[in-house]
Design a protein around this ligand. Sequence first.
Ligand SMILES: [Zn+2]
Length: 442
Amino acid sequence: MTHKGGPIRGKMLALLIIALVVGGGIFLVVRDKEGPVLTLIPDSPYVSLRPLVLELKDEQSGLRSLEISAIQKEKEITLLARDYPERPRHGSETFSLKQAPLAEGPFILRILAKDGSFLGGKGTLREYSLNFDRTPPVISVLSRTHNVRQGGSAVVVFSLSEQAAVAGVRVGERKFPAFKQPSGNYFCFFGFPFEIKKDTFQPLVFAEDLAGNQVEGGFYFNIRVEKQRQDRINISDQFLNAKMPQFKNDFPDAKNPLEVFLKVNQVLRVKNRQMLFDYGAKSVSEPLWQGAFLRQPGATMATFGDLRSYYYQGRKIDSQTHLGVDIASVAQSPIKAANSGRVIFAGFFGIYGSCVIVDHGLGLQTLYGHLTRIDVSEGQEVKKNVLLGTSGATGMAGGDHLHFGIILSGLPVDPIEWWDPNWVKNNIEDKIGVNNPPERKK
Ligand SMILES: [Zn+2]
């Protein structure tokens, strides 16, 4: 009896093992219900000739195969086919429509990815309705005679043949955003930065459509080069002891007031200029100002673009370009808005001390530095000549004065042009028609 039951028990055991293995297999198949997870980059309905990236992921059974094709007018074109014998869990494939004989317009991008699970794998099928666009926008420059002084401002008006994702003017590495108007035209203020040599100054209009097709185009311009005024500033211990404590917390490692001064003048100055770009990016797309800008009454203590050399105990310790106009009259004089706009910043702002920045739209902003008192708050609409605060000597100021700045999308420019009604009319208003603005949306 006992030796008869042996083989039966053995068979039962074998069956049990097979059942476990098959059951386990089924369990695996059942458990991995999902095919690979697909991410198409960029995630946009518009596609150009630029490469697309597909990221694949299957944490459980790995990747088995991938097929990418384009379908247009019932014709299917294979763009990419891959097998993954190693069953990797992650994959990334770059492909483009370059080789595909696709016509511009709608098509279906079909992606089938299979994982490494049983019975040929679980598949993920995705079909994207996309638009193929390989033609960059056509730029038409509408404004004429762009006169640009070094340190000065200009505006260019242009139209585009199709909707743009981004557009503006590029000067070297610097990009000035254009603002689309209700008419469909774009206005773009740009400047001629002091750090760019006249031979290399070449402003270009750029545009990129929704599919990512890019274009750049030149336009006619005349330049005038300015000689930088030299200015010598002696830094006294009295100045350092009076002014540096307000910055001590920014640079706790600085050993003495002179070190704090150098950090403020070199590190904080750069940081503050960088922040001007962030404020510039918040500018509204309609002009809020009208006519020339008001100049604060008082004597000019420093002009725009002055090359300042700083001396301490007869030794040159630093040099910087002054990017505003310093105006002084009596202490704590009323400081007024140079034009209508909206307060975009009111508070302590590094080297500028207590400071107000007013946004006038289209990337154009004014800055009022070294104030004693601020009488406006962020978000407040202000009319031309409204009181913003009183002058002072907060921040990096030796005595009571106003540091007045005009900024184009983060770039400080010479205010002197914006104070001149003729310059504003001939170089700005006649080009953008600000005296005859299109109906504003309420
Ligand atoms: Zn100044």
